[in-house]
Structure formats: structure tokens, C-alpha cells
Design a protein around this ligand. Structure first.
Ligand code: 13P
Length: 253
């Protein structure tokens, strides 16, 4: 059975005090996280060391929201995959639509980042997703297929087997507008089909997360879909109560 994951992308939110309080609330209630669900929190870089100190003995895992394209050196302001790993992260989000849109992260950059992540032993959570006009013009499958083919399907099978995919339709991020469970399932099944064309049965093990206004009120229906293996959660991951409720939204079997 595929791994079930809920990952909280805190984005550029919380002071260190607020972030540590949020991690503490999750920690205190971590026994509520179902056994077979992996919970990941991805705070800002500045919080990673402190949050790791809090959660390292628990079952909550740590992730970063981005990593550098290079291993080390004169890249002022950048944070390498190795640094991220050295503060206790196991995951790193790569190719989030906000990075693609506001920081010009295209395939060349994302290829470098995913390689850095993998060579530092991090699990990449690689994001794909179409913009509203691309869905409305019926190009959403092409867009997502291209995003996968530019980066993921050119990995070797061993590297690919470590990758988590997140489908985040841009029009659903932070808008309160969620993809319907049918729209999400349709795209997740398509993603798995594209992966299967390259990696065969390995793709049956790839967790594919949904992201975009996922909250306690819609997580149950989304997570009930056969190809939705969890969520990449923005806003709702900033409230411990909501994030835990989402982690408890998987079907029982
Ligand atoms: P929201 O859950 O706030 O829509 O954000 C989704 C997201 O971008 C997670 O990476």
C-alpha cells in the first residue's frame, strides 16, 4: 500500500515564537496522527533548527520549502540541500507554483534542485499544476505532463522511487476554491499513467498529494479517491487543530 502523507507548507508565515508554538501544539497531540500517516511540517528556513529540536523524537517529520541549485560556495542568500539535511530535514518541496511564478523557477533550475535534494538524501516533494486559463482552455493535462517530463521522468528509476509528487492546481491555491474530488482524481490518475509509461510498476508506489485549499471539510472526500495519497496543505497547516483533522481524514482501510 502506498504511503499516506500530509505535509504542511507554512510558506512565509510565523515568527519563530509562533512557529515553535505551532510545532509544540502538533507535538502534544501527535498521538492522534494515525499510525500509517506520515506528517511533515515545512516551516521557513529560519525555524528549521528549532523545530527539529522540538519534534526530532516524535513521528512528525521535517521538510524545507526550497533548496539551492548548487552544493555550496559563493551563492549569497541561498540554502543548500546539504544544509537542510544537516538540520534534520527529510523532505524538501521543489517546484512549488509560487517559486515557478515569482522566482522564475523553470525546468533547468528544478532539475538542478531535485538532483541536489536527492544527492543529499532528501525526499523531494515535486509540485506540478496548471493555471486557471490553462484549465479553461483544456490544456491542463498537457501542462502537467510537460512539467513531469521536464524533471521527473528523466530521473533514473532509483532516484524516481524516492520522489513524492504534489498536484496543486494554481487556481485552487489560497483561493478557497478546491478542485472537486473528481477533478483531482482524474489528474492524479493521469499523473500516475504518465509516470507508469516511464517507470512501469514503480509508479504504483509513488505518493501523489493534492494541494490547493485542502481543509478539514474537504479532505475526507479528496483522500477517499484511489490515486490521492494525501495533501500538501498551506493555510490549514497553520492551525494545529485543522492540520491534525486533515491527517485524520484518510479512509480506514
Ligand atoms: P493552500 O492550502 O493555502 O491553498 O495552499 C496550498 C499550497 O500551496 C501548499 O503548498
Amino acid at each position: 500500500m502506498r504511503q499516506k502523507i500530509v505535509a504542511g507548507n507554512w510558506k512565509m508565515n510565523t515568527t519563530i515564537e509562533e512557529g515553535m508554538a505551532l510545532a509544540q501544539s502538533l507535538l502534544e497531540r501527535s498521538s492522534e496522527i494515525p499510525q500509517r500517516v506520515t506528517m511533515v511540517v515545512a516551516p521557513p528556513f529560519t525555524h528549521l533548527y528549532a523545530v527539529n529540536q522540538q519534534i526530532r523524537e516524535s513521528k512528525i517529520k521535517l521538510g524545507a520549502q526550497n533548496c539551492a541549485t548548487h552544493e555550496n560556495g559563493a551563492y549569497t542568500g541561498e540554502v543548500s540541500a546539504q544544509m537542510i539535511s544537516s538540520v534534520g530535514c527529510q523532505y524538501v518541496i521543489i517546484g512549488h507554483s509560487e517559486r515557478r511564478e515569482y522566482y522564475g523557477e523553470e525546468a533547468t533550475i528544478l532539475n538542478k534542485k531535485i538532483k541536489q535534494a536527492l544527492s543529499s538524501g532528501l525526499i523531494p516533494i515535486f509540485c506540478v499544476g496548471e493555471r486557471l486559463e490553462q484549465r479553461e482552455s483544456d490544456h491542463h493535462f498537457d501542462v502537467v505532463e510537460t512539467q513531469l517530463k521536464e524533471v521527473v521522468t528523466i530521473l533514473n528509476p532509483s532516484d524516481f522511487s524516492k520522489v513524492v509528487i504534489a498536484y496543486e492546481p494554481v487556481w485552487a491555491i489560497g483561493t478557497g476554491k478546491t478542485a472537486t474530488s473528481e477533478q483531482a482524481q482524474e489528474m492524479h490518475a493521469f499523473i500516475r499513467k504518465v509516470l507508469a509509461q516511464h517507470f512501469g510498476t514503480l509508479s504504483a508506489q509513488t505518493p501523489i498529494l493534492y494541494g490547493g485549499s485542502c481543509k478539514p471539510s474537504n479532505a475526507t472526500e479528496l483522500f477517499a479517491q484511489p490515486d490521492i495519497d494525501g495533501g500538501l496543505i498551506g493555510g490549514a497547516s497553520l492551525q494545529a487543530e485543522d492540520f491534525l483533522a486533515i491527517a485524520k481524514s484518510f479512509p480506514l482501510t
